[in-house]
Design a protein around this ligand. Structure first.
Ligand code: PNS
Length: 157
């Protein structure tokens, strides 16, 4: 069984993330969307809130699981007998950071492979930070985040 881990902060999940989840769920038998800690960021949504928003949005995808882990991504991958990490790439500026992470992860777990999926063109500009900025000032989130979690995000502010 081919399992892939799709890691991230997901603070909150966007349609860009969901697009990557759907596409990778067609490529693998199982995809584990994993909420991890990015030590460079202070999350707005708690881990529990982020898990619940992802679960609600992906419940119709039978081979997608949702999990949280505090620690190294490779340790989570090892625990789940998984050696594929999925990352979405938007713009060239994502590349440098993601390439560094891919090499650091491979340094810690030589058998791990990072697979990059290019973000869909319509979501190239989209990020959780942009979504939070729009929500803070009551911007329109239509098409940027899954419909079923739009109000939860707006209510946070
Ligand atoms: O959505 P993000 O914030 O870009 O995701 C980054 C994330 C959470 C995947 C990354 O920070 C991570 O893997 N954190 C866990 C700790 C770890 O394994 N770091 C990479 C090796 S230095």
């Amino acid at each position: 069984m081919r399992t892939a881990v799709y890691p991230g902060s997901f603070d909150p999940l966007t349609n860009g993330h969901l697009d990557i989840i759907k596409r990778s769920s067609k490529l693998f038998d199982k995809v584990i969307v994993t909420v991890l800690t990015n030590s460079a960021k202070t999350p707005l949504f708690s881990t529990e809130e982020r898990l619940e928003l992802i679960r609600r949005t992906t419940k119709h995808l039978p081979n997608v699981e949702v999990a949280a882990f505090s620690g190294l991504l490779v340790d989570f991958a090892k625990q789940n007998q998984c050696n594929v990490l999925i990352k979405g790439l938007r713009v060239v500026s994502d590349f440098e950071y993601e390439f560094q992470m891919a090499l650091a992860n491979k340094n810690q777990m030589p058998e791990v492979e990072t697979m990059f999926l290019p973000t869909a063109q319509e979501y190239m500009f989209l990020s959780s930070s942009i979504v939070k900025e729009l929500a803070r000032y009551h911007g329109d989130l239509t098409g940027l985040v899954p419909k079923e979690i739009e109000q939860d995000i707006l209510n946070k502010f």
